[in-house]
Design a protein around this ligand. Structure first.
Ligand SMILES: *Cc1c(COP(=O)(O)O)cnc(C)c1O
Length: 382
């Protein structure tokens, strides 16, 4: 058993998950693209307005599909924030492309659109905005630049399902966008993801890549008379068991989002005065961004204070975590030329950010215990 009484994350069961899994098993179709996968696709398409949604085995795999669909390869450059999960960049590096790391905005911690122009070269093929914490990147500026330079935009929307930027759903700006249903995300089936295809010209190839490079889907729809190998590809379909679990959660999206909104606002209300007193920065959500309440973070004054607060919370049985070591300073990032000082905001934020426990079933008592423990911290001289 863990020493923690309040974990950072707990996978959620909203109610119908196991009933739907039994239904999937009883239907006699347990591999991918059965009834539950189709229901997930239809729900994601209706809720976001994307041209086509494809469930995948992870967001990482959706990013790999996206990298294939953009046709990047050796000699091409892909612009990514340094402050992100490794899959945002690995997917493109797997194709032989070179990552170009760009710093983040100090307010939203999103790719800083003001630094993009100078990072673009004639080799730039793709830009990967990551909507950090589900708060939209400055998509007006990013899309304008990308269109002007003929660059494909792939949104890593792992945090941002059902978030909006200027009223438009996140995940519908770029030609492609990726979602995650990993257990730490708002909606989950343990491991899972989705590719949103917004550019209709890419739909047919996306379907083929996901079916191991075959035209199997078109064959079953009677659109071609033989089922054969037509392109490269892999196996990126989750089983119906996972789609059934996920569908139960997506169906409950209003309830789940309301739970998360309550948690986020509880932290915000009960920590604002404390943060102000101690020079702690809380999340910033610009008025034109509608967030899907993916996480709540604190920006502490220094690395030492953050580490002391983690230890203090641990002593109270509370698990708080930090994330995203700057990718440009990782072993791989340095091989691509990353150097200290390249992304000063990322380097600074990465030392000071702390995420508080955040899960759908979190109770008021648990929230109160976290807030009380945070407020009782006195290690400011660390
Ligand atoms: C979680 C996450 C991923 C990867 O998701 P998986 O489904 O675990 O592959 C990618 N990008 C970001 C920003 C994430 O937070």
């Amino acid at each position: 058993m863990s020493d923690y009484r309040i974990l950072f994350n707990r996978p959620y069961v909203s109610g119908k998950e196991f009933e739907y899994m039994q239904e999937a098993a009883a239907s006699g179709h347990l591999s991918g693209d059965g009834q539950f996968t189709k229901r997930c696709h239809a729900l994601l398409e209706a809720a976001t307005g994307t041209a086509r949604a494809f469930l995948t085995t992870s967001c990482t795999h959706a990013l790999e599909m996206a990298a294939l669909l953009t046709d990047v390869g050796p000699g091409d450059e892909v612009i990514v924030p340094s402050f992100t999960f490794v899959s945002s960049v690995n997917a493109f590096v797997l194709r032989g492309a070179k990552p170009v790391f760009v710093d983040i905005r100090p307010d939203t911690l999103n790719l800083d659109e003001r630094l993009l122009e100078s990072a673009i070269t004639e080799r730039t093929k793709v830009i990967v905005p990551v909507h950090y914490a589900g708060v939209g990147c400055e998509m007006d500026a990013i899309m304008e630049l990308a269109n002007r330079h003929n660059i494909v935009v792939v949104e890593d929307n792992a945090h941002g399902l059902f978030g909006k930027y200027r009223g438009q759903p996140l995940g519908t700006f770029g030609a492609l966008a990726t979602q995650s249903f990993h257990e730490t995300k708002n909606f989950t089936c343990g491991e899972g993801g989705a590719l949103l295809v917004n550019d209709p010209a890419l739909i047919e190839r996306a379907e083929i890549l996901r079916e191991k490079g075959t035209n199997r889907s078109r064959f079953f729809r009677g659109m071609v008379d033989k089922y054969t190998w037509v392109d490269i590809g892999s196996s990126w379909l989750p089983s119906e068991l996972l789609a059934a679990y996920l569908y139960a959660q997506l169906e409950q999206r209003e309830d789940i989002q309301a739970r998360r909104a309550r948690i986020w606002h509880y932290y915000q209300e009960h920590l604002s005065d404390w943060a102000c007193q101690h020079g702690v920065r809380l999340p910033i959500v610009p008025a034109h961004c509608e967030q899907p309440y993916h996480m709540y973070y604190l920006l502490l004054p220094s690395l030492n204070v953050r580490q002391a607060l983690i230890a203090h919370l641990k002593a109270h049985g509370i698990l708080a975590v930090f994330h995203y070591l700057p990718l440009h300073l990782s072993d791989m990032g340095m091989k691509f030329g990353g150097r200290p000082g390249d992304c000063p905001v990322t380097e600074d934020i990465s030392d000071r950010l702390l995420r508080l426990p955040f899960y759908n079933a979190m109770t008021e008592a648990e929230l109160a215990a976290v807030v009380e423990a945070v407020r009782s911290f006195d290690g400011w001289d660390a």
